[in-house]
Design a protein around this ligand. Structure first.
Ligand code: AP5
Length: 267
């Protein structure tokens, strides 16, 4: 595969967060290898951290279903539907949101799945039903999934990553007290906001999240393994090292047939 420079992703993620029909693609950038990926793995393994890096590499947006729920909560106007209220209650307890709600949310955002820069879904799918429905949707869009990347890490390290996580409520940038602390204590380097602890990082919600993951992970991984799309990556070491390992593995796997950009006539 040809080397390509990292392209900064578009700053505007409103097409994903608010289900807008159009988005701002990076000006002047041309995608070369638009991978369509889903990132799997337990809470705290670093999916969001890697989604940001991989998306920057692709020139795409990081597409997190958890971010859609958190955005809905932060913007009162979009969280008043009974379905969303129920979803947010489940999320704050650490439970998985019902498949039907999550699938509706994905169907409202097909613009992002059609993106010429590829995509990197973080936190979706979580169940075999979600994975099957995603495959059906992508087949309809003529944009099949290239790979499901499963990040792995021992439980004690997951707990450490979750307990040290801090997030900027304004720009959503993530930090870790030990491994990537902000320059000024408790404040975002980019926008100066006071950093927050995620509601579902409370120990009781973390226990429920890890249980929910354990209950759904094996069949989901088996689903992707059976179709030859599963790639396992150890998530030990620094975020940069994990990113390099992921890109190396993708390049090796797709050496013979790298994803090609879509021609205008195919979109
Ligand atoms: P979601 O937001 O998807 O949360 P999650 O899957 O539990 O994952 P996290 O965001 O907690 O962790 P992460 O793996 O992204 O780790 P991060 O990069 O932040 O979902 C939240 C909730 O929404 C769910 O519980 C559910 O209720 C609902 N939901 C969402 N999608 C759903 C779906 N499809 N179906 C049903 N319900 C759904 O990293 C963690 C910390 O570690 C950070 O501080 C980071 O800085 C640090 N770190 C990361 N990588 C490294 C590294 N390599 N070395 C050292 N530190 C690192």
């Amino acid at each position: 595969m040809t080397e390509k420079p990292i392209i900064a992703p578009p700053a505007d993620r409103s097409a994903w967060l608010e289900a807008r029909p159009a988005c701002l693609e990076p000006p002047g950038a041309t995608p070369r290898h638009p991978f369509r990926l889903v990132l799997l793995g337990p809470p705290g393994v670093g999916k969001g951290t890697q989604a940001a890096r991989i998306s920057a590499w692709l020139g795409a947006c990081p597409l997190s279903t958890g971010d859609v729920f958190r955005h809905a909560k932060a913007t009162e106007t979009t969280c008043c539907s009974p379905a969303m209220t129920k979803a947010l209650e489940k999320m704050s307890r650490g439970e998985l949101v019902d498949d039907a709600i999550v699938l509706d949310l994905i169907r409202e955002r097909t613009t992002c799945l059609r993106c010429g820069f590829g995509f990197c879904l973080d936190g979706f799918p979580r169940t075999v039903e979600q994975a099957r429905r995603l495959d059906v949707l992508l087949a309809e869009l003529n944009r099949p999934l290239h790979a499901a990347v499963d990040f792995t890490l021992p439980r004690e390290k997951l707990l450490r990553r979750l307990s040290g996580r801090r997030t900027c409520p304004k720009c959503r940038r993530g930090y870790h007290l030990e491994t990537s602390p902000p320059r000024r204590e408790d404040h975002c380097d980019d926008c100066g906001e006071v950093l927050q602890i995620r509601e579902d990082d409370r120990p009781e919600a973390v226990a429920v999240r890890l249980e929910a993951y354990a209950a759904t992970a094996d069949p989901l991984l088996a689903y992707y393994e059976a179709s030859g799309r599963l790639i396992r990556i150890e998530a030990e070491k620094s975020p940069e090292a994990v990113f390099r390992r992921t890109v190396r593995t993708l390049r090796a796997r797709f050496k013979e047939a790298p994803p090609e950009p879509w021609k205008q006539s195919e979109t």
